[in-house]
Design a protein around this ligand. Structure first.
Ligand code: FAD
Length: 276
């Protein structure tokens, strides 16, 4: 049974990285992604790299989504960037608050992603399909699960068309989140974000920062593999394929893969799920 997919990349920092990502995209394109998205460093730190990668994807005749974070931004700077993205032919945005690196003052004219969504809609109407972030396991800075759910509903009411979740390894959290959001009237599609497991240390680091929970049994199994990367990858493929299968059986609208600019794990999972 097929299911639409999308892929997320980050902007490479070196010419070699740009070439490698080009090759990675070509390996993934046979899966016919709905779109490929490119992350954006909060405070505009990767703007040039993000826009260049988005341009490359569009030049390959694949729809591209530009992530867009608003923390520290002004209305004038956002307006200018929207005009640039529109001129590039971008039709999809992932609208985020973002996290400023420590040491930066908050500043700026936007406090939350909902402010950005409302601004984009008021400035550009329906020109862009707007995605927002969703957190089935609750955003790490949220005051409470209820306030976080309400913040999500506010983003949808502000004009988001769909959402992509933070990654998770517990499908119950996702289905509960979608049910609760729908009950509050936020009934846009919520696409689960899928993080393939290829490295134990990397996963632990990301999860600590993002608040995504690694279930105890997965954490312990990964720790027990130590430096045995082949076993980590084999176990990771089994776990993430099972997760995707549960999600598909539960009727998710699509799968969004956090590729980390790599193709092997995503391709293998897609192959096992017979997505192509
Ligand atoms: P918001 O929705 O604004 O929420 C941020 C926090 O504020 C939450 O705790 C929420 O509960 C709270 N909140 C929201 N509204 C209110 C309100 N009115 N009153 C009180 N509290 C409120 N980061 C990047 O820097 N670049 C990227 O490219 C990037 N891509 C991402 C893609 C996806 C799919 C996801 C899930 C995350 C991504 N992130 C990215 C990380 C994201 O920027 C961080 O998680 C950030 O801390 C929150 O961004 P947000 O858009 O979810 O914020």
């Amino acid at each position: 049974m097929g299911l639409p997919v999308s892929f997320e990349f980050f902007p490479p920092k070196t010419p070699e990285g740009v070439e490698k990502l080009r090759a990675v995209r070509q390996q993934l394109y046979p899966l016919k992604p709905e779109f490929c998205s490119v992350t954006y460093g909060a405070g505009g730190s990767t703007q040039e790299g993000t826009f260049n990668t988005v341009r490359d994807i569009l030049a390959e005749s694949v729809p591209a989504a530009s992530h867009f974070s608003c923390i520290g931004a002004t209305k004038t700077s956002v307006r200018e960037q929207l005009a640039t993205l529109k001129a590039m032919g971008v039709k999809r945005l992932v609208a985020l608050r973002g996290d400023l690196p420590s040491g930066y003052g908050a500043g700026g004219e936007f406090h939350y992603a909902s402010d950005l969504v409302a601004f984009i809609r008021s400035e550009t109407g329906d020109d862009f399909h707007i995605e927002v972030a969703a957190y089935p396991e609750v955003h790490p800075q949220a005051k409470s699960p209820e306030s976080d759910l309400q913040a999500y509903v506010t983003k949808v009411r502000a004009g988001a068309h769909s959402a992509i979740t933070q990654y998770f390894y517990n499908s119950d959290a996702y289905f509960r989140f979608v049910d609760d959001a729908y009950k509050l009237g936020a009934d846009v599609p919520v696409v689960p974000g899928i993080m393939p497991i290829t490295s134990s240390t990397q996963l632990m680091r990301f999860s600590d920062a993002s608040g995504a929970e690694i279930p105890r049994w997965i954490r312990l199994r990964l720790q027990a593999f130590g430096d045995d990367t082949a076993s980590i990858k084999a176990f990771g493929l089994d776990v993430v394929t099972d997760l995707c299968d549960q999600l598909r059986n539960g009727g998710v609208p699509a799968l969004h893969f956090y590729t980390m600019n790599q193709s092997v794990a995503t391709l293998e999972i897609a192959n096992r799920l017979q997505l192509s």
